[in-house]
Design a protein around this ligand. Structure first.
Ligand SMILES: [Zn+2]
Length: 248
Protein backbone atom coordinates (compact mmCIF):
# COMPACT_ATOMS: atom_id res chain seq x y z
CA UNK A 1 0.00 0.00 0.00
CA UNK A 2 1.23 3.47 -0.88
CA UNK A 3 1.42 5.96 1.98
CA UNK A 4 1.29 9.76 2.07
CA UNK A 5 2.28 11.94 5.04
CA UNK A 6 1.35 15.61 5.26
CA UNK A 7 2.93 17.83 7.93
CA UNK A 8 1.10 21.08 8.78
CA UNK A 9 1.29 23.82 11.43
CA UNK A 10 -2.31 24.65 12.44
CA UNK A 11 -5.70 22.95 12.43
CA UNK A 12 -7.33 24.11 9.12
CA UNK A 13 -4.01 24.05 7.15
CA UNK A 14 -4.83 20.48 6.10
CA UNK A 15 -8.01 21.70 4.38
CA UNK A 16 -6.75 24.98 2.97
CA UNK A 17 -3.35 23.83 1.76
CA UNK A 18 -3.79 20.17 0.96
CA UNK A 19 -7.50 19.22 1.22
CA UNK A 20 -8.33 18.25 -2.34
CA UNK A 21 -5.13 16.28 -2.77
CA UNK A 22 -5.59 14.42 0.52
CA UNK A 23 -9.10 13.31 -0.43
CA UNK A 24 -8.11 12.44 -3.99
CA UNK A 25 -5.30 10.13 -2.90
CA UNK A 26 -7.46 8.57 -0.19
CA UNK A 27 -9.99 7.67 -2.89
CA UNK A 28 -7.18 6.17 -4.97
CA UNK A 29 -6.38 3.80 -2.11
CA UNK A 30 -3.41 5.65 -0.60
CA UNK A 31 -3.06 5.56 3.20
CA UNK A 32 -2.90 9.20 4.34
CA UNK A 33 -1.56 10.69 7.56
CA UNK A 34 -1.75 14.34 8.61
CA UNK A 35 0.46 15.56 11.43
CA UNK A 36 -0.40 19.03 12.71
CA UNK A 37 2.47 20.39 14.81
CA UNK A 38 0.43 22.82 16.96
CA UNK A 39 -3.17 22.73 18.26
CA UNK A 40 -3.70 26.30 17.02
CA UNK A 41 -4.19 27.86 20.44
CA UNK A 42 -3.00 31.33 19.33
CA UNK A 43 -5.73 31.84 16.71
CA UNK A 44 -7.36 35.29 16.48
CA UNK A 45 -10.80 33.69 16.22
CA UNK A 46 -11.42 32.05 19.57
CA UNK A 47 -14.72 30.22 19.04
CA UNK A 48 -15.92 31.23 22.52
CA UNK A 49 -13.01 29.49 24.27
CA UNK A 50 -12.13 30.97 27.66
CA UNK A 51 -8.40 30.33 27.34
CA UNK A 52 -5.70 28.81 25.11
CA UNK A 53 -6.15 25.39 26.66
CA UNK A 54 -9.84 25.28 25.84
CA UNK A 55 -9.26 26.60 22.30
CA UNK A 56 -6.62 23.91 21.74
CA UNK A 57 -9.14 21.23 22.77
CA UNK A 58 -11.82 22.69 20.47
CA UNK A 59 -9.43 22.87 17.54
CA UNK A 60 -8.16 19.32 18.05
CA UNK A 61 -11.76 18.12 17.69
CA UNK A 62 -12.32 20.31 14.63
CA UNK A 63 -9.12 18.97 13.08
CA UNK A 64 -10.31 15.40 13.56
CA UNK A 65 -13.67 16.29 11.98
CA UNK A 66 -11.97 17.95 9.00
CA UNK A 67 -9.67 14.93 8.55
CA UNK A 68 -12.75 12.67 8.55
CA UNK A 69 -14.23 14.73 5.69
CA UNK A 70 -10.93 14.34 3.83
CA UNK A 71 -10.82 10.59 4.41
CA UNK A 72 -7.51 10.90 6.28
CA UNK A 73 -6.45 7.49 7.58
CA UNK A 74 -4.56 8.82 10.62
CA UNK A 75 -4.53 12.29 12.12
CA UNK A 76 -2.30 13.54 14.87
CA UNK A 77 -1.92 16.93 16.60
CA UNK A 78 1.40 17.49 18.37
CA UNK A 79 1.68 19.80 21.34
CA UNK A 80 3.98 22.61 20.26
CA UNK A 81 3.04 26.27 20.82
CA UNK A 82 1.14 27.99 18.02
CA UNK A 83 2.93 31.13 16.85
CA UNK A 84 6.21 30.20 18.55
CA UNK A 85 7.72 27.49 16.36
CA UNK A 86 10.66 29.74 15.47
CA UNK A 87 11.59 29.83 19.18
CA UNK A 88 11.45 26.15 20.09
CA UNK A 89 14.26 23.60 20.20
CA UNK A 90 14.70 22.35 16.65
CA UNK A 91 16.19 19.03 17.61
CA UNK A 92 13.26 17.97 19.77
CA UNK A 93 10.58 18.44 17.13
CA UNK A 94 12.72 17.05 14.30
CA UNK A 95 13.44 13.94 16.39
CA UNK A 96 9.71 13.50 17.02
CA UNK A 97 8.88 13.85 13.32
CA UNK A 98 11.76 11.56 12.33
CA UNK A 99 10.41 8.90 14.66
CA UNK A 100 6.96 9.26 13.08
CA UNK A 101 8.43 8.93 9.56
CA UNK A 102 10.32 5.80 10.61
CA UNK A 103 7.21 4.38 12.25
CA UNK A 104 4.61 5.22 9.57
CA UNK A 105 6.94 4.84 6.55
CA UNK A 106 5.40 7.26 4.04
CA UNK A 107 6.48 7.00 0.40
CA UNK A 108 5.61 10.66 -0.28
CA UNK A 109 5.66 13.64 2.11
CA UNK A 110 3.91 17.01 1.76
CA UNK A 111 4.46 20.21 3.70
CA UNK A 112 4.69 23.97 3.24
CA UNK A 113 7.60 25.69 1.54
CA UNK A 114 10.08 27.61 3.71
CA UNK A 115 8.59 30.88 2.47
CA UNK A 116 5.57 30.02 4.65
CA UNK A 117 2.99 29.61 1.85
CA UNK A 118 0.79 32.53 0.78
CA UNK A 119 0.41 33.89 4.31
CA UNK A 120 4.16 33.76 5.02
CA UNK A 121 3.31 32.55 8.55
CA UNK A 122 6.50 31.81 10.52
CA UNK A 123 4.97 28.55 11.80
CA UNK A 124 4.47 27.37 8.20
CA UNK A 125 8.11 28.17 7.46
CA UNK A 126 9.35 26.33 10.52
CA UNK A 127 7.18 23.28 9.83
CA UNK A 128 8.73 23.21 6.36
CA UNK A 129 12.20 23.08 7.91
CA UNK A 130 11.26 20.47 10.53
CA UNK A 131 9.49 18.18 8.04
CA UNK A 132 12.27 18.54 5.46
CA UNK A 133 14.91 17.50 7.99
CA UNK A 134 12.75 14.56 9.11
CA UNK A 135 12.36 13.53 5.45
CA UNK A 136 16.12 13.53 4.93
CA UNK A 137 17.22 12.19 8.31
CA UNK A 138 14.73 9.34 8.77
CA UNK A 139 16.69 7.35 6.21
CA UNK A 140 20.11 7.89 7.81
CA UNK A 141 21.34 5.45 10.42
CA UNK A 142 23.54 8.10 12.05
CA UNK A 143 20.61 10.42 12.85
CA UNK A 144 18.81 9.69 16.12
CA UNK A 145 20.37 6.21 16.30
CA UNK A 146 18.75 5.77 19.75
CA UNK A 147 15.40 5.40 17.94
CA UNK A 148 16.82 2.44 16.05
CA UNK A 149 17.31 0.51 19.27
CA UNK A 150 13.56 0.52 19.86
CA UNK A 151 12.72 -1.76 16.95
CA UNK A 152 12.32 1.11 14.49
CA UNK A 153 14.28 0.98 11.27
CA UNK A 154 15.56 3.71 8.98
CA UNK A 155 13.00 4.72 6.33
CA UNK A 156 13.65 6.76 3.24
CA UNK A 157 10.56 8.44 1.73
CA UNK A 158 10.89 8.80 -2.04
CA UNK A 159 9.58 12.32 -2.62
CA UNK A 160 9.10 15.54 -0.66
CA UNK A 161 6.74 18.23 -1.95
CA UNK A 162 6.14 21.79 -0.83
CA UNK A 163 2.90 23.64 -1.48
CA UNK A 164 3.28 25.95 -4.46
CA UNK A 165 1.19 28.75 -5.84
CA UNK A 166 0.90 31.16 -8.72
CA UNK A 167 -0.75 33.91 -6.68
CA UNK A 168 0.02 35.92 -3.57
CA UNK A 169 -2.24 37.74 -1.13
CA UNK A 170 -2.42 41.54 -1.37
CA UNK A 171 -1.34 43.63 1.58
CA UNK A 172 0.97 40.99 3.08
CA UNK A 173 4.70 40.72 3.60
CA UNK A 174 6.40 39.47 0.39
CA UNK A 175 6.75 35.72 -0.17
CA UNK A 176 8.89 34.03 -2.82
CA UNK A 177 7.45 30.52 -3.21
CA UNK A 178 9.07 27.71 -5.15
CA UNK A 179 7.55 27.33 -8.62
CA UNK A 180 4.91 24.62 -9.13
CA UNK A 181 6.28 21.40 -10.62
CA UNK A 182 3.20 19.24 -9.98
CA UNK A 183 -0.38 20.29 -10.68
CA UNK A 184 -3.10 18.11 -9.16
CA UNK A 185 -6.57 18.46 -10.64
CA UNK A 186 -8.83 18.05 -7.62
CA UNK A 187 -12.07 18.41 -9.64
CA UNK A 188 -15.16 17.86 -7.51
CA UNK A 189 -12.99 17.58 -4.40
CA UNK A 190 -13.03 21.38 -4.35
CA UNK A 191 -16.36 21.13 -2.52
CA UNK A 192 -14.94 18.46 -0.20
CA UNK A 193 -12.08 20.80 0.64
CA UNK A 194 -14.49 23.62 1.47
CA UNK A 195 -16.58 21.22 3.60
CA UNK A 196 -13.43 20.20 5.48
CA UNK A 197 -12.56 23.83 6.17
CA UNK A 198 -16.09 24.38 7.47
CA UNK A 199 -15.49 21.65 10.06
CA UNK A 200 -13.33 24.28 11.80
CA UNK A 201 -16.34 26.00 13.38
CA UNK A 202 -14.20 28.18 15.67
CA UNK A 203 -12.81 29.80 12.53
CA UNK A 204 -16.26 30.57 11.07
CA UNK A 205 -15.47 34.29 10.51
CA UNK A 206 -12.97 33.11 7.87
CA UNK A 207 -15.36 30.85 5.96
CA UNK A 208 -16.63 33.25 3.31
CA UNK A 209 -13.18 34.69 2.56
CA UNK A 210 -11.73 31.18 2.37
CA UNK A 211 -14.43 29.94 0.03
CA UNK A 212 -14.12 33.00 -2.19
CA UNK A 213 -10.33 32.54 -2.46
CA UNK A 214 -10.57 28.80 -3.05
CA UNK A 215 -13.28 29.00 -5.71
CA UNK A 216 -11.41 31.83 -7.42
CA UNK A 217 -8.35 29.59 -7.78
CA UNK A 218 -10.28 26.77 -9.43
CA UNK A 219 -9.78 23.05 -9.14
CA UNK A 220 -6.00 22.82 -9.01
CA UNK A 221 -3.63 22.28 -6.09
CA UNK A 222 0.02 22.90 -6.89
CA UNK A 223 3.18 21.50 -5.38
CA UNK A 224 6.92 21.82 -5.83
CA UNK A 225 9.09 18.71 -5.86
CA UNK A 226 11.67 19.70 -3.24
CA UNK A 227 13.55 16.39 -2.89
CA UNK A 228 13.58 12.98 -4.54
CA UNK A 229 15.41 9.74 -3.81
CA UNK A 230 15.74 9.30 -7.58
CA UNK A 231 18.36 11.47 -9.26
CA UNK A 232 17.61 13.36 -12.43
CA UNK A 233 16.13 16.47 -13.95
CA UNK A 234 12.70 17.61 -12.85
CA UNK A 235 9.82 16.87 -15.19
CA UNK A 236 6.37 18.46 -14.77
CA UNK A 237 3.95 16.11 -13.00
CA UNK A 238 0.21 15.61 -12.57
CA UNK A 239 0.54 12.78 -10.02
CA UNK A 240 2.53 12.98 -6.76
CA UNK A 241 3.09 9.22 -6.90
CA UNK A 242 4.46 9.07 -10.44
CA UNK A 243 7.63 6.95 -10.38
CA UNK A 244 7.06 5.98 -6.73
CA UNK A 245 7.41 2.30 -5.96
CA UNK A 246 5.46 0.44 -3.30
CA UNK A 247 8.40 -0.90 -1.36
CA UNK A 248 8.66 -1.71 2.30
ZN1 LIG B 1 -1.60 27.78 9.18
Amino acid sequence: MLRLMCVTAHPDDEAGGFGGTLRLYHDRGVETTVICVTPGQAASHRGGAKDDHELAAIRRREFAASCAVLGVSRNLVLDYADGKLHRIDLNGVVAELTRLVRDLRPHVMLTFGPEGAVTGHTDHSMVSVFASLAFHWAGRSNRYPDQLNDGLQVWRPQKLYYTATTFTLPGRQPVSPAPPTAVIDIGAYLDTKIAAFRAHASQAPLFSLFEQNIRGRGTQEMFHLAASSKLGMMTPETDLFSGVTDEG
